[in-house]
Design a binder for this molecule. Structure first.
Ligand code: AP5
Length: 206
């Protein structure tokens, strides 16, 4: 199963991808996670990526496309994969078409005006990657899975989130039409409880 999860920042792509990857036993490939790992390890890619991510802008296509191209050549992605955060503009989608044949594109649809609160309230575990919203935590600051101390992503501040949402509208939203035309698009309502969204995705994937 070769799947793309499409959706605005905060729509729930990462939350759902984690669950879907377990269910379908395919790798969850998140370009955002790959960049954050590079930033943590201070690699040359990490240095470039940080300068764009901090401003809420897209990392240049030549860097991003090459990373995904190489990752999809790894053995675990032969049978299928779940792409989260890629492609993010028409150019990336056209490049992806040249090296892989995506079967379905799931658009997780949430009104943009609800997303600012979702993202600024997100807390993540740097140890295991689990993601929470402050409203679920009842004041706790530790991860219920591994006990790690929860943190806020540096790009989850209000100013950067506004820029990310604007980039989404201009550059990423046109992919909805792109994949509709290709007959690959399925849409789910992302403004429901996490378990309900998961069920809806499993249903549309058939
Ligand atoms: P990336 O890491 O991909 O961030 P994003 O697309 O902005 O998406 P998010 O991780 O913010 O949101 P999400 O949809 O995964 O939501 P989540 O499940 O966490 O990219 C970061 C940056 O890297 C980009 O800005 C760019 O600079 C760069 N980059 C990445 N890919 C790139 C590419 N292809 N090209 C160029 N640059 C690239 O959920 C959010 C919150 O909501 C959580 O708190 C969660 O608990 C909560 N939540 C989730 N679902 C629900 C629900 N159903 N109801 C209520 N709350 C929910």
């Amino acid at each position: 199963m070769k799947i793309i999860l499409l959706g605005a920042p905060g729509a729930g792509k990462g939350t759902q991808a984690k669950r879907l990857a377990e269910k379908y036993e395919i790798p969850h490939i998140s370009t955002g996670d790959i960049f954050r790992a590079n930033i943590k390890n201070a690699t040359p890619i990490g240095v470039v990526a940080k300068s764009y991510i901090d401003k809420g802008q897209l990392v240049p296509d030549e860097v991003t496309v090459e990373i995904v191209k190489q990752r999809l050549q790894e053995e675990d992605a032969e049978k299928g994969y779940l792409l989260d955060g890629f492609p993010r503009n028409i150019f990336q989608a056209e490049e992806l078409d040249k090296f892989s044949n995506v079967e379905k594109v799931v658009d997780i649809n949430v009104d943009l005006d609800k997303l600012l609160a979702r993202i600024t309230g997100r807390r993540v575990c740097p140890k295991c990657g689990e993601s929470y919203h402050v409203t679920m935590l009842n004041g706790s600051t530790t991860c219920s899975h591994c006990g790690g101390e929860l943190v806020q992503r540096p790009d989850d501040n209000e100013e950067t989130v506004k820029s990310r949402l604007s980039v989404y509208e201009k550059q990423t939203a046109p992919l909805i039409e792109y994949y509709k035309k290709a007959g690959k698009l399925v849409t789910v309502d992302g403004d429901k409880a996490i378990d309900e969204v998961f069920k809806a995705i499993v249903e549309v994937l058939g």
